[in-house]
Design a protein around this ligand. Structure first.
Ligand code: 13P
Ligand code: ZN
Length: 275
C-alpha cells in the first residue's frame, strides 16, 4: 500500500491540519508523532528505503527499541503538511538500543525529524509503559490562551488543574488526572524532555511555560480532543479574567466530588483544596 493511502497517515495529516486551522501552529510551531502499530508498518514497508544514515536521538529510549514512528519534520510548517505530506513528515525507525533513528520514508526534499524528538520519544517511552502500550500519539502545539495563562497563574500543577477544571464542567471528565506544568526551559533538548516525561507518568497534559503544551493519547481523536478541551477552557479563563479578576460563582470542590461519582472518574483530592 502507498504510505499516503494508509489510514494512520491520513489521520495524522488531518490532525496537523486541524491544529493549523485552530491557529496553534504559526510558522513551524508545534510537532506531532505517532507510534506505528506492527501491522501498519507491515502494510507500508514496501515503500521504505534504508539509504539514509542513522543519527543520534539525543537521548536514550531503550523502551522504544525497534519501534517505528510517523513524525513531523523540523522547521516544517503544519500548514504545508496537507499540501505535500511527503515533504513535511517522515517515518523513522529506532535502533535496537533506543539511541539512534533513521528516516525510512518522507522528508523527500530534505530535513530531519522535529527538534523536539527527544521529548516526543521520552514521552512515548513513559506512556507506552504506564498505559501498557495503549497510548500512541504525542502532540505539541502552541495553543494561544494556555500560553497566555502561563504569565498570570503560578506555574503549579494544582493551580492550573483546578482553574482549568472550573472553566468547563466536562474538563474533569476529560482530564481527571489533572495537568502538569514545566517552568520555562530551553526547548529542543534532553533536559526539557526529561522534565516533561516525568510529568507524563501522572498526566496526559504537560504545559510548557511561555511556550505551549504536550498531550498524550491513544489515538488522534482523543489526543487532539484533549488539547482542544484544555485550550477551550484556557480561553474561557482568559475571557473571565478579562471581565473581572475574581469569580462571582464557580464549580465548588463538592460539585466536583458529586460529578466524579456520576461520571465514574477519580479526582485527586489534592486538586480540590479550599481557596
Ligand atoms: P520543530 O520545527 O523542530 O518541530 O520545532 C517547532 C517547535 O514548536 C519547537 O518547540
Ligand atoms: Zn514548540
Amino acid at each position: 500500500m502507498k504510505v499516503l493511502d494508509a489510514e494512520f497517515v491520513q489521520g495524522f495529516v488531518r490532525m496537523c491540519n486541524d491544529g493549523w486551522e485552530l491557529g496553534w501552529h504559526e510558522r513551524n510551531g508545534g510537532n506531532l508523532s505517532y507510534r506505528i502499530k506492527p501491522e501498519e508498518v507491515e502494510s507500508v514497508k514496501e515503500n521504505f528505503t534504508t539509504d539514509r544514515d542513522w543519527a543520534p536521538i539525543g537521548t536514550s529510549v531503550p523502551g522504544l527499541a525497534g519501534e517505528y514512528f510517523l513524525v513531523t519534520g523540523s522547521g516544517k510548517y503544519f500548514r504545508n503538511v496537507i499540501l505535500d505530506p511527503e515533504a513535511n513528515i517522515c517515518i523513522v525507525e529506532v535502533d535496537d538500543k533506543g539511541e539512534n533513528y533513521r528516516i525510512l520514508w518522507g522528508l523527500n526534499k530534505g530535513g530531519r525529524p522535529t527538534s523536539e524528538l527527544p521529548s516526543h520519544l521520552m514521552n512515548h517511552e513513559v506512556k507506552k509503559e504506564v498505559t501498557n502500550g495503549a497510548h500512541r500519539v504525542i502532540y505539541h502545539c502552541h495553543a494561544t490562551n494556555l500560553i497566555a495563562l502561563t504569565f498570570v497563574l503560578p506555574l503549579d500543577d494544582a493551580v492550573f488543574t483546578r482553574e482549568l477544571w472550573e472553566m468547563a464542567t466536562e474538563c474533569p471528565v476529560v482530564f481527571p488526572e489533572g495537568v502538569g506544568v514545566v517552568g520555562w526551559m530551553v526547548p529542543g533538548g534532553r533536559a526539557i524532555a526529561v522534565e516533561t516525561s516525568k510529568l507524563m507518568k501522572d498526566y496526559n497534559v504537560a504545559i510548557w511555560a511561555h511556550h505551549g503544551m504536550f498531550c498524550s493519547g491513544e489515538d488522534f481523536d482523543l489526543t487532539f480532543g484533549l488539547a482542544h478541551t484544555v485550550e477551550k477552557s484556557a480561553e474561557i479563563l482568559v475571557k473571565m479574567l478579562s471581565m473581572r479578576p475574581d469569580k462571582l460563582q464557580t464549580i465548588t470542590p463538592q460539585n466536583f466530588r458529586d460529578l466524579a461519582v456520576d461520571f465514574h472518574v477519580t479526582l485527586p483530592e489534592k486538586f480540590l483544596y479550599e481557596k
